[in-house]
Design a binder for this molecule. Structure first.
Ligand code: NAI
Length: 346
């Protein structure tokens, strides 16, 4: 049997290493491409059965049409979120699979790492002591114990983050569009969460409905000094409103692993360039903003799971009739099958 051919876009060194380990027996022919998938680059997938993409590859209508005309059968996302794919348009043309969970611990732990770094000023202390400056002025933090954390999205990552917060003796309130029954979590309406939480952490997918859920209006309802943590998707937060909230001293700190315009800058070294995004530049310049470059998933455990599940998804698609991790417009709209597919969706 001929090998299944995979065109792997936006490949980084750590991707290569984990996929080469998972594909140690050369079962698949994988072409690693450094470029992102876009209208301009999709021609590189000519002759391939599968296109493998990550969070910032743009799988829009034109790209879907081109790939489908070229005979690409499957788009294998090596991530959980699929807001960068036009799944409605893809339905009936090309199948989409994803990695629904690879290490929820990686993301939840990173969210807590950002929070602790921020409120205990570790990022400032690190630079000071490297320069033998042992002054404590300006490094005063606050205890997490007894504080109220508002968690938006109580799925796999949100639930682990809640457990971590409880370990710190924090009081947890949460909002979820589909609250988990009998979970022992105190669910509240979003408006109440904005008003009561000292710290708010986002762990829900980005949809048309919740884009910019943090905006001037919701920020106005929040407590003065609130700390926002976003390890989910950048566009949950209106960055200009966030910047304004920080300038007004309303927002105490922002811990961001994602940014709404991240696809233009994240994952690349721009240290010798002038960054054109003024909002990003201003946010980074703030002493109470910590930004990591969509790094929350980046652990050995997560990379291994991503590679194994992505190749399992491809194998399953071509060898069997099932498609366990298929993402399809109809399923996600009706929210009926929760991606537990007995058969392919079309
Ligand atoms: P999940 O599917 O297990 O949980 C998502 C939860 O959000 C569910 O409980 C769902 O009911 C809830 N939800 C859906 N729509 C909502 C809305 N409009 N408002 C509030 N809650 C809503 O997903 P998981 O694995 O916990 O991941 C959460 C998000 O984390 C992903 O969607 C992705 O955007 C992000 N993520 C970020 C990573 C990073 O490296 N920074 C890595 C992996 C995921």
């Amino acid at each position: 049997m001929e090998k299944i051919k995979i065109a792997f876009f936006d490949a980084k060194e750590y991707d290569r290493q984990s996929f080469m380990t998972s594909n140690a027996e050369d079962e698949f022919e994988i072409l690693y491409l450094e470029t992102r998938l876009s209208e301009a680059t999709c021609k590189l997938a000519e002759g391939y059965d599968v296109v493998c993409v990550f969070v910032n590859d743009d799988v829009n209508r034109t790209v879907i049409d081109s790939l489908s005309e070229m005979g690409v059968k499957l788009i294998a996302l090596r991530c959980a979120g699929y807001n960068n794919v036009d799944i409605e348009y893809a339905y009936g043309k090309i199948h989409i699979v994803r990695v629904p969970a690879y290490s929820p611990y990686a993301v939840a732990e990173h969210a807590m790492a950002l929070l602790l770094t921020s409120i205990r000023r570790i990022h400032k202390a690190y630079i000071r002591t490297k320069d033998f400056n042992f002054s404590l002025n300006g490094l005063t933090g606050f205890d997490l114990h007894g504080k109220t954390v508002g968690v938006v999205g109580t799925g796999k990552i949100g639930r682990i983050f809640i457990d971590i917060c409880r370990g710190f003796g924090m009081h947890v309130i949460a909002y979820d569009k589909f609250p988990a029954k009998d979970s022992g979590i105190e669910y509240v309406e979003l408006s109440e969460l904005w008003e009561r939480a000292d710290i708010i952490s986002f762990h829900c997918p980005l949809t048309d409905e919740n884009r910019h859920m943090v905006n001037a209006e919701s920020i106005a309802r929040m407590k003065k000094g609130v700390v926002l943590i976003n390890t989910s998707r950048g566009a949950l937060i209106d960055s200009e409103a966030l910047l304004e909230g920080i300038k007004q001293r309303k927002i105490g700190a922002a811990c961001l692993d994602v940014y709404e315009e991240e696809s233009n800058v994240f994952f690349h070294d721009y240290s010798n360039h002038i960054v054109n995004d003024d909002v990003l530049a201003r946010l980074i310049s703030m002493p109470n903003v910590i930004l990591t470059s969509h790094q929350a998933f980046l652990t050995n455990e997560a990379l291994g799971n991503i590679a194994d599940t992505t190749l399992d998804n491809v194998r399953e698609f071509f060898e069997r009739d099932t498609c366990t991790n298929e993402v399809c417009y109809k399923c996600s709209q009706l929210n009926v099958c929760e991606q537990k597919h007995e058969k392919k969706c079309f």
